[in-house]
Design a protein around this ligand. Structure first.
Ligand SMILES: *Cc1c(COP(=O)(O)O)cnc(C)c1O
Length: 384
């Protein structure tokens, strides 16, 4: 594989979609480059207004926003946090960092999201929070989880890293939980290299979230003239996103409708192009694959065949990737926990492959990927 070849198709290609460079230049001229500046506030206001989110705070990453959630909940040793095993490591690490016991739940059979029917069984008197992850932007059943959290008096958090611009029933994802987190990492739908956001929907957490965000000081209240000097009043850390990143991000948000159109069109082309293989039960994929076109994945018969497919595509200069290694099987978790089986999650770990998907992906590139996936399965039949 040679990624300098003109016909190389990368897995992801982050890029400019609008006025990113103009806004960065403007931010430099404005002479305020640290956090919560002109563009950061524009981003935060837009999210609050467009998606009806609670208080929005831009952070350096989704990981950091999740760590803020753990701090806000005063998570400590002995507390339990329920989440899917099939997720990114930060979902769990943020709470483990504060000493929480992570309680992993299996995926649904039909998609990698946490099996809602398993959640109530996992609740104990020590449960502090449930973290719902909307894999590929596919909504978890938030009305069920909301009712459960309310019934047991626990906090509901959405890891909405992949779920920007997705409406579920009457509300956008990210507006359902007491708290929600987003990622603007370069692999996400709208991005600024590295970046994230905490959404505080439950007003109970609003004031403290601002303090944790500002290194444990009441600096935001000071800026608003509510206190005469700012001081160290609580725990916190340096969570604010740089204004340079926020300027880039604002240009991306302005183009969000366009980005969604591009990405959904790529998914639709994959769905159409690979339909026959699905009908022949050689592969499987959900339809629609991703409500916001975040990612497109296939499920392959088994792990061995998946490796062969990834290698074949690589030899054809196409980069595809598998996704999460289940966290209940991770070396770190197994050090202190008995081995157990969560069969749906392990199924996704073994058989899921993500195909290239990025905003600027052309029709020719998508067709090339489809044709090579088809070749792989057709050659396999001939050789069988
Ligand atoms: C991308 C991702 C994260 C981490 O986001 P960062 O901004 O890179 O910290 C967390 N959770 C999920 C589900 C993700 O997809």
């Amino acid at each position: 594989m040679d990624n300098t070849l003109p016909n190389f198709i990368p897995f992801n290609k982050p890029g400019i979609v609008g006025k990113e460079l103009d806004y960065i230049q403007d931010a430099v001229k404005r002479g305020h480059l640290s956090g919560n500046g002109f563009y950061a506030k524009k981003c935060q206001n837009l999210f609050e207004e467009k998606y009806k989110f609670g208080k929005c705070l831009l952070t350096t990453s989704c990981t950091d926003a999740l760590e803020m959630c753990a701090l806000l909940l005063n998570v400590k040793q002995g507390d339990e946090v329920i989440m899917p095993s099939y997720t990114f490591v930060s979902t769990a690490n943020a709470f483990a960092l504060r000493g929480a016991e992570i309680v992993f739940v299996d995926s649904e059979e039909s998609n990698p999201n946490m099996a809602v029917s398993q959640v109530e069984k996992a609740i104990t008197k020590n449960t502090k929070a449930i973290v719902a992850v909307h894999y590929a932007g596919v909504p978890c059943q938030m009305e069920v989880l909301t009712a459960l959290a309310k019934k047991h008096n626990i906090v509901l958090i959405e890891d909405a890293a992949q779920a920007i611009d997705v409406k579920y029933q009457d509300k956008y994802l990210g507006a359902w939980g007491d708290l929600a987190t987003f990622s603007f990492h370069e692999t996400k739908n709208i991005q600024c290299g590295e970046g994230g956001m905490l959404v505080v929907n439950n007003p109970q957490f609003k004031e403290r979230a601002e303090i944790l965000w500002e290194k444990g000081t009441n600096r935001q209240a000071f800026f608003r003239g509510q206190v005469d000097k700012y001081r160290w009043v609580d725990l916190g850390s340096s969570f604010l996103l740089s204004e340079l990143n926020a300027a880039y991000l604002f240009a991306q948000i302005e183009k969000i409708d366009q980005i969604m159109t591009w990405r959904r069109a790529i998914c639709a082309r994959y769905e159409k192009g690979l339909k026959r293989l699905k009908d022949q039960s050689l592969i499987d994929f959900p339809e629609p694959s991703s409500p916001n076109g975040h990612l497109f994945y296939l499920k392959i018969k088994n792990q061995e065949q998946r490796e062969e497919l990834i290698n074949y595509l690589k030899s054809e200069n196409i980069l595809s990737v598998f996704h999460y290694q289940c966290l209940h099987k991770s070396p770190f978790f197994l050090k202190n926990h008995p081995d157990k089986t969560l069969s749906n999650a392990e199924g996704f770990e073994d058989t899921l492959v993500r195909l290239p998907l990025f905003n600027s992906m052309t029709e020719e590139e998508t067709s090339q990927v489809i044709s090579k996936v088809k070749d792989f399965f057709n050659n396999m039949k001939i050789n069988a």
